[in-house]
Ligand binder design. Structure first.
Ligand code: KIV
Ligand code: ZN
Length: 554
């Protein structure tokens, strides 16, 4: 990289808009959405979609609620042309959905586009030509006037052919894009757009769409917003226009540019699912829609089955959704850090109680709303705290560790996970718990246990394996556990201890029901140590828990 980038790159000159109004606006409703997945998104694929993949995606877009869908560039290839014909002839377009087609300002291409649309109910014909200084100079070698002539001639060619569609009952809306708008002088963008308007003669009753593309994102989103507000304020007959945004993401701010563009007065947004598109992609419509949703605004798009949508997207485009992609990524409702996990766990519990406004820390929306599950929220790696460990054991296996025991087991599990150096599954955590507590059988293991009680006094007779050798022990107390503790210390040679805490729970997995007991002992030196036992018999589970604690303390 250059030490002095200004020797090669220059600052982008902002628009002069001293009385800009957009910073004090707020968004209160969804814009008109137009999916350009099947055109702009498709153009950016190494292997473009075939007709059946396009049909698959079209159906999914309709299911999400898109009412305007740019279905392709029918003059560009047979696939694109036949796709339009299949949609129309097989009556696959719902009555409330408008299909849109892109075309350059060239007669043969316009002719083919009109042909591809015959018989459709509602269509948008979208004509574009590029207007920025670099495009004028390098690509077309044309003056401003000549570039305006290209647009005007194209607009006229479309107008001349409109009757063929309208006479057969097709409702047509016209759309013009001064491509590379954000890199074009606003005055020239206005001039060329007005020249197209002069041909198409839009009215407030029959508006045309003026699409203002951020074809290559060249400036900060506030500058794009200024450009949009400038056009909305200065263009003639604003009330005869639907002002549309079409951002790409070269500087990583396509979403911000769109949102600020809406504040600046735009009515419509073009974009793709998950931001597929040339280079760094088109605007991700899911993001803008979900950003509205998280502010309580109905986005008029439904992403309840986000996983299904991602599968469709990956199947049809061959692209993937990055794990941290906002809203849709696999990891976006996952917390690895212990403090986050703890806060989420508490927040979810609180939300379950009041179920009104969503205010769970670290989660901008309820994952459930887009078909994700709470269970995905917490995973465990070396950064996780006791909260995450306990959550996973409880949510996946129903094991409810006493709070104090969570404090003991959390660091043990973290140590192991740290050594493994990777994320662990719930099953692996359970394995760690079993190894640490349930499978602790030295020095003491239970061979046989029997207890009888008369008038609240219990006697136990049991046989233990002490360091592998069988030993019979007896003892008495005011309950089976107390009698066993007595037998263990008096006859079994265990160091003195007392039971400090006891909890039991039932555990059912499949058809087998078993019990888990958790016992905390206090050793002669005052150390507190937990143990756990599992058995189909609750009494035996607690006796095993005593032995687990004694074994862990020794
Ligand atoms: O990015 C762009 O400018 C386009 C136009 C054709 C609208 O895709
Ligand atoms: Zn584009």
């Amino acid at each position: 990289m250059l030490k002095n980038p200004s020797a090669k790159y220059q600052r982008f000159d902002p628009v002069s808009l001293p009385n800009r109004r957009w910073p004090s606006q707020t968004l209160s409703q969804a814009p008109i959405w137009c999916s350009v997945d099947l055109r702009d998104g498709n153009q950016a694929l190494a292997v473009p979609m075939n007709v059946s993949q396009k049909l698959d995606m079209f159906d999914a877009l309709v299911k999400c609620g898109f009412k305007e869908i740019e279905v392709g560039f029918p003059s560009a290839s047979n696939t694109e042309f036949s796709f339009n014909r299949r949609l129309i002839e097989e009556k696959r377009i719902p009555d409330d959905v408008t299909i849109q087609c892109l075309v350059q300002a060239r007669e043969d291409l316009i002719e083919k586009t009109v042909e591809s649309l015959m018989g459709a109910k509602k269509v948008v014909i979208h004509m574009y030509n590029s207007t920025s200084p670099a495009q004028r100079k390098y690509v077309f070698g044309k003056s401003k006037e000549e570039i305006i002539q290209v647009a005007v001639k194209g607009a006229q060619m479309i107008k001349d052919r409109l009757h063929r569609l309208t006479e057969t009952g097709t409702q047509v809306t016209l759309q013009y894009s001064p491509e590379s708008f954000s890199a074009t002088e606003v005055e020239f963008a206005k001039e060329i757009s007005e020249a197209v308007m002069d041909v198409w003669q839009p009215t407030p009753q029959h508006k045309m769409i003026l699409n203002l593309p951020d074809t290559v994102e060249v400036c900060m989103p506030n500058v794009y917003a200024d450009q949009i507000e400038w056009i909305c304020t200065n263009i003639k007959n604003r009330d005869s226009l639907i002002v549309s945004l079409h951002t790409h993401n070269d500087r990583g701010t396509g979403t911000a540019a769109t949102e600020l563009g809406l504040l600046a007065g735009a009515d419509r947004v073009e974009g793709t699912l998950f931001g597929n598109g040339e280079r760094t992609g088109n605007l991700d419509i899911v993001q803008v829609a979900m950003n509205l949703y998280m502010h309580g605004i109905d986005p008029k798009l439904d992403f309840s089955d986000m996983n299904g949508l991602i599968q469709m997207y990956e199947r049809t485009t061959g692209m993937t959704v990055a794990p941290r992609h906002p809203y849709s990524g696999e990891l976006v409702f996952t917390a690895f850090s212990g403090s986050h996990q703890d806060a989420i766990k508490k927040g979810l519990a609180g939300y379950e109680e009041h179920r009104t406004i969503w205010d769970v820390p670290y989660l901008t929306i309820d994952p459930n709303d887009i078909g994700r599950e709470y269970r995905e929220v917490i995973r465990v790696n070396s950064q996780s705290g006791k909260g995450g460990v306990a959550y996973l054991l409880e949510s996946e296996f129903g094991i409810e560790l006493p709070k104090d025991m969570q404090r003991e087991f959390g660091p043990i599990a973290n140590d192991i996970v740290d050594k493994l150096g990777r994320e662990v599954s719930g099953a692996e955590l359970k394995g760690m718990f079993w190894k640490e507590y349930i499978q602790r059988e030295t020095p003491y293991a239970l061979h046989h246990f029997h207890a009888d009680g008369v008038d609240g006094l219990f006697t136990c007779r049991c046989s233990l394996l002490v360091n592998g050798k069988e030993k019979g022990v007896t003892g008495g107390g005011n309950g089976p556990i107390a009698a066993f503790v007595h037998a263990l210390v008096n006859d079994g040679g265990a160091p003195a201890f007392e039971v400090a805490n006891f909890r039991e729970q039932s555990l059912s997995s499949g058809t087998e029901a078993s019990a888990l007991a958790f016992i905390q002992i206090k050793t002669g030196s005052g150390r507190l140590v937990w143990g756990a036992g599992e058995d189909t018999n609750i009494e035996l589970a607690s006796i095993k828990a005593v032995l687990s604690a004694v074994n862990r303390a020794s």
